[in-house]
Design a binder for this molecule. Structure first.
Ligand code: 6R9
Length: 636
């Protein structure tokens, strides 16, 4: 029996049991079966969750791009690796074959080398969803540089803090990006960010042709450099645990966490889960609509698919341009077989006229996926009926930037699905639900905090530059467990349903937003004394942001509409437009405990319009404020 491709439920259980009984043996077999190693490992796994330290395939040598590109050249050289669908439907799609992608990566890698980039150096990438983004990632990986992709919707401040945190000397960006009808000037955001950074080189990709300023001695157009670069670039031989990339994710406090992923384990796990979760077969056309700026794009647009020699669609645009049928138009046009998106996109499209969907032939689809947040029942049914025509199973996949790859998901055509349930752990994933006494809750029909009790190959190894924070955040809440920050329930048959974050992270349209940095941004407004952000249910975004704000000058009549705009502008410039507040309530005070902690539980209840269920408020130092909050008015 091959471990690598599960085809029915009985086989899932056999593989799962084996993976739990003998994890090292299991992951050794997977690694042997499918990959190209320059040197075999000495030891499959070494770990200790207290330090914490985790090493997979220690002693092995490899290069992930050899697995994603070189080894396909003889068998799949003319097969499309990246199928690029531009923002403008009238611009032709590009079919980039494995041979062409290999050549572009080699040239790009040689350009990076010629700019002095060496193994271990960090390179920040701020690019829209264009082929150069995939090429840039792989070029870094080919020469052993550590890529750190910054989502091309983040503000100058967010770019600067990431560049400084990972101490990167070279930035790759583009002149601009196309999103629907808009052209966004990305280069000027980078320029603004770099006023506060120590970066030597900026390589600029030409996409939109908008006017940009090129700083003498620092900025260079990449096209002429690529033209003269050699297409021969031998891979840098990497150790299994050498860093592959850093990707930032929001924390509940303070600055974003640079999750560091390493080479061998990440490769094995993303390739393995891609194959199984999407039931990928050789001639499929696979499309994940995520942005490569998030972990889903890293693992399931670039590394997982390319490691399997798949055709991976990259879409530059947005689901609403030129109209709300764009996704389905692309599915029809390219005969997409696997379609992977976020619940927020499904909800947005489900709100529009059904003709946008029904006019397209979606019969090529075999597997649907969702990721990023819990999918509500209504959206699940809409997806199942209108897109999958009740024939394509929906893989509700749960994972995190920290986990690197999908952890809980049905195996399509094997695991019977139930709306809103991510169902069962993938092979090698050992889950635990914990109670408030830090004990594991055994048995079924239970609910608790979701933990993972055994290492898996693609887990992040540290927070870049702050191992202590890594331990504190993930390994201190429960003994010998990785704590996910999510709550979950396990139903009567053992299926998991993720109930949402149990910390101060709010997921808006599938984006993880920490409350602290948003509050910090708001508090910078001169009129603001204090603020607290909570999430509340929103029919498209899943959650939207509700801000409670106290102003410095109480009593004075300020124009609250102006303030609303100014505060949101502040957030846009510090974090990005995704963190804007949908509702603001100006208040004279925030409910606080005696130790001065804002009682968010109460604010959440009010935002959820459940002020009849506030629970015990006797520990508040200012209970009178609660009444005024309930009565208070909102600005939309
Ligand atoms: C992949 C990704 C991680 C957080 C995670 C959880 C939420 C992701 C989910 C889901 C319910 C799913 N989440 N997938 N919740 N069902 N299928 O989104 O990574 O951006 O790090 O977010 O997203 O709360 O803890 P990331």
């Amino acid at each position: 029996m091959s471990n690598y491709h599960i085809k029915h439920l009985e086989e899932y259980w056999q593989v799962y049991r084996k993976s739990v009984r003998h994890p090292e043996h299991f992951w050794e077999e997977v690694a042997e079966e499918h990959f190209l190693w320059r040197k075999r490992w000495n030891k499959v796994l070494e770990w200790d969750f207290n330090t914490p330290i985790v090493k997979w395939y220690d002693g092995a040598q490899l290069n992930i791009t050899e697995n994603c590109l070189d080894r396909h050249l003889t068998t799949r050289g003319n097969k499309t690796a990246i199928l690029f669908e531009p923002n403008d439907p009238n611009e032709p799609a590009q079919h980039i074959t494995y041979t062409q992608l290999h050549e572009r990566v080699c040239k790009f890698a040689n350009v990076l080398k010629s700019q002095g980039v060496q193994k271990g150096d960090r390179v920040c990438i701020y690019l829209p969803m264009i082929p150069e983004l995939t090429v840039a990632l792989l070029a870094c990986a080919r020469i052993g540089a550590v890529h750190s992709v910054i989502f091309a919707g983040f503000s100058a401040t967010a770019i600067a803090s990431r560049i400084n945190d990972c101490d990167c000397k070279l930035v790759i960006c583009s002149d601009g990006s196309y999103r629907g009808k808009k052209t966004i000037d990305l280069k000027s955001l980078v320029d603004k960010a770099l006023e506060n950074c120590d970066v030597d080189t900026v390589l600029v990709v030409n996409r939109t042709g908008n006017d940009v300023q090129m700083k003498e001695g620092r900025d260079q157009w990449i096209a002429p450099l690529l033209e003269s670069a050699s297409a021969d670039c031998p891979v840098e031989i990497m150790e299994a645990e050498d860093p592959l990339f850093i990707l930032y994710t929001s924390g509940s406090t303070g600055k974003p966490k640079g999750m560091l992923h390493t080479t061998a384990g990440y490769m094995v796990y993303t390739a393995y889960t891609f194959k199984n979760v999407f039931q990928y077969r050789e001639n499929d056309v696979y499309w994940c609509t995520a942005d490569i700026g998030w972990i889903t794009g890293h693992s399931y647009i670039v590394y997982g698919p390319l490691c399997n020699g798949a055709t991976s669609v990259m879409f530059e645009g947005v689901p609403s341009y030129p109209d709300y049928g764009r996704f389905w138009n692309i599915v029809e046009k390219h005969k997409v077989t696997q379609f992977y998106t976020a619940p927020t996109a499904i909800r947005a499209l489900a709100k529009e006229k059904i003709e946008f969907t029904s006019q397209y032939d979606l019969s090529s689809l075999k597997v649907l996926g969702t990721v990023g947040e819990p999918i509500n029942e209504e959206a699940w049914h809409w997806y199942n009926e209108n897109i999958g025509k009740k024939k394509s199973p929906i893989a509700d996949t749960w994972f995190q930037t920290e986990t690197g790859g999908i952890m809980i998901s049905p195996i399509p055509y094997s695991t019977p699905t139930i709306p809103t349930f991510a169902t069962l752990p993938l092979p090698g994933v050992q889950l635990a639900l914990m109670d408030d006494n830090r004990e594991e809750i055994k048995g079924n029909q239970v609910e608790g905090k979701l933990c993972i009790k055994f290492p898996w190959p693609s887990m992040a190894r540290t927070i870049y530059g702050d191992h202590n924070r890594y331990r504190e955040t993930y390994f201190s809440a429960y003994d010998n467990m990785y704590f996910t920050g999510d709550g979950a329930l396990r139903d009567a048959v053992g299926y998991y349903r993720i109930t949402g974050r149990v910390d101060d992270v709010i997921i808006v349209s599938g984006h993880n937003l920490g409350t602290a940095p948003i509050e910090d941004a708001i508090n910078e407004h001169p009129a603001v004394a204090e603020s607290a952000i909570v999430g509340y249910p929103h029919d498209v975004k899943g959650n939207a942001l509700y801000g409670y704000i106290t102003l410095k000058e109480t009593g004075e009549k300020r124009n609250q509409d102006n303030l609303y705009k100014e505060i949101n502008d502040m957030i846009t410039s510090r974090i990005g437009p995704i963190a804007k507040l949908d509702l603001i309530q100006f208040t004279e005070g925030l409910p606080k405990t005696r130790s001065g902690k804002i009682m968010r539980r109460i604010l959440r209840k009010i935002a959820h319009q459940e002020s009849d269920q506030l629970g015990d408020i006797s520990t508040l130092i200012n209970p009178e404020v609660v009444e005024s909050l309930i009565k208070g008015s909102l600005i939309k």
